[in-house]
Design a binder for this molecule. Structure first.
Ligand code: PEP
Length: 253
């Protein structure tokens, strides 16, 4: 497969942490620590209620804001949901879709990704197996199913505008990181799925982030793998110094 130089991305997922005041305090500490980081794109995904505060605090910086989920309709009687144009209005450029804590089905992942793209957002589409799948030797079967029904259901043009995050569910919030070799093998497999479904060119340009207990002390080992184009970080993204160490530690060797 032709090798393309892919720009790395370090994205956070704050989940249900941080008020608006805590968000502003985070940015005051974090923005100066990563102001010189030109080697990767940086994304912070706060809870919906803190998106505007984050966008305001990040204005003029190299930090983009993302939503943690989105709905596929523009408006309607959908209690608790947030529409793509609402995220854009709040200042988001990115949106996480299909996180294991939110995923319902491959079909809804594809609908959300299409709607997000139509609004100009960059979806970060998550896929990843449970521990039971890995132990049963089903990792590739599960990842292929999630890929085919989710990102694989997009048009080639839509697909060219998304990021994929490989997040083995057994590594999320557990402190158990996939080894760089395990992560790289899964990324290679997902890239093969992309090549089979779309083309070698699109597969080679696709940025695949790894997510699952990424920390300042394991980012360099993970990023030594060429297959890994960045990281999606939960717990370790809540602290400004720790997230900055991950951003600054993701430089290609
Ligand atoms: C996540 O929630 O996407 C995640 C990767 O969490 P953590 O880094 O805490 O494992």
């Amino acid at each position: 497969m032709a090798q393309t130089k892919r720009r790395r991305v370090i994205a956070s997922n704050w989940k249900m942490f941080k008020t608006q005041a805590e968000t502003r305090a985070f940015f005051s500490a974090f923005a100066p620590l990563v102001a010189g980081a030109t080697h990767c794109d940086i994304v912070v995904a706060p809870p919906f209620t803190a998106i505007s505060a984050a966008a305001e605090a990040a204005r003029g910086s190299n930090i983009a804001i993302g939503g943690q989920d989105v709905f596929w309709e523009k408006e309607g009687a959908f209690t608790g949901e947030v529409a793509p144009p609402m995220l854009v209005e709040g200042g988001c450029r990115y949106v996480i879709i299909g996180h294991s804590e939110r995923r319902q089905s491959e079909e809804t992942v594809a609908k959300k990704a299409k709607a997000a793209l139509a609004a100009g957002l960059i979806p970060i589409v998550c896929v990843g197996e449970l521990l039971a799948h890995r132990e049963a030797g089903q990792t590739e079967v599960v990842c292929e199913k999630q890929f085919t029904g989710g990102p694989g259901a997009l048009t080639p043009e839509e697909f060219s505008r998304i990021l994929v995050a490989y997040e083995p569910v057994w590594a999320i919030g557990t402190g158990k990181t996939a080894t760089p070799e395990i992560a790289a093998a899964a990324h290679r497999f997902l890239r093969k799925c992309a090549e089979r479904k779309f083309s070698a060119r699109l597969a080679s340009a696709l940025r695949i982030l790894y997510g699952g207990s990424v920390k300042p002390d394991n980012i360099q080992g993970l990023m030594a793998e060429e297959e890994l184009d960045g990281a999606l970080v939960g717990g370790a993204s809540l602290d400004a110094k720790s997230f900055a160490a991950i951003v600054n530690g993701c430089k290609a060797p």
